[in-house]
Design a protein around this ligand. Structure first.
Ligand code: FES
Length: 161
């Protein structure tokens, strides 16, 4: 979030890179660490500080998947779409979760509780299809099984846990 305090921190961090060619990625990392994501306002701030066109900042932010354009949710859901998971129905699971949350991949629900990502092979193909919610790993998923897991997290979120 852009607060006066975070802006001061950011400007302090950026001053070290400002005149170093090729330092944009580093500056964007600093910005994501300080503000939590690279929202439109944050991208505008980077453009101003680095004296660069906003379009260039946006282009880099959208090119690298490690940059988040929106704040992450309290619960970060990541559905594996690697080959082993895909052939075992990961797309149907992902579609179900999109339906339940009302947001697509790469987005966060308006209440800030859930963000959804689609990944590539989590290294546990024997458990395919797989999804993670924060640090928890769920394997051998079915559509109803994934639905129940997400519903349980929704109850947790509603209960303030
Ligand atoms: S493809 Fe999903 S864990 Fe490997």
């Amino acid at each position: 979030m852009l607060t006066q305090e975070s802006l001061v921190r950011f400007r302090g961090a950026v001053s070290a890179y400002k005149d170093t060619p090729g330092s944009l990625i580093q500056v964007m990392h600093e910005a994501q660490g300080i503000f939590g994501c690279l929202s439109y306002e944050v991208e505008k701030t980077i453009a101003e500080e680095m004296n660069m066109p906003l379009a260039d900042i946006y282009g880099v932010a959208t090119f690298y998947s490690r940059f988040n354009l929106e704040p992450k949710g309290l619960y970060q859901i990541n559905v594996c779409m690697g080959t082993a998971c895909y052939v075992r129905g990961a797309q149907m699971i992902l579609d179900k979760i999109i339906d339940m949350l009302g947001v697509g991949v790469g987005h966060t629900t308006a209440d800030g509780y859930f963000s959804l990502e689609a990944g590539r092979c989590f290294g546990c193909c024997g458990l395919a299809p797989v999804m993670t919610v924060n640090e928890a790993v769920f394997g051998s998923l079915t559509v109803p099984g994934a639905e129940k897991i997400i519903r349980d997290y929704m109850k947790k979120a509603a209960g303030g846990e």
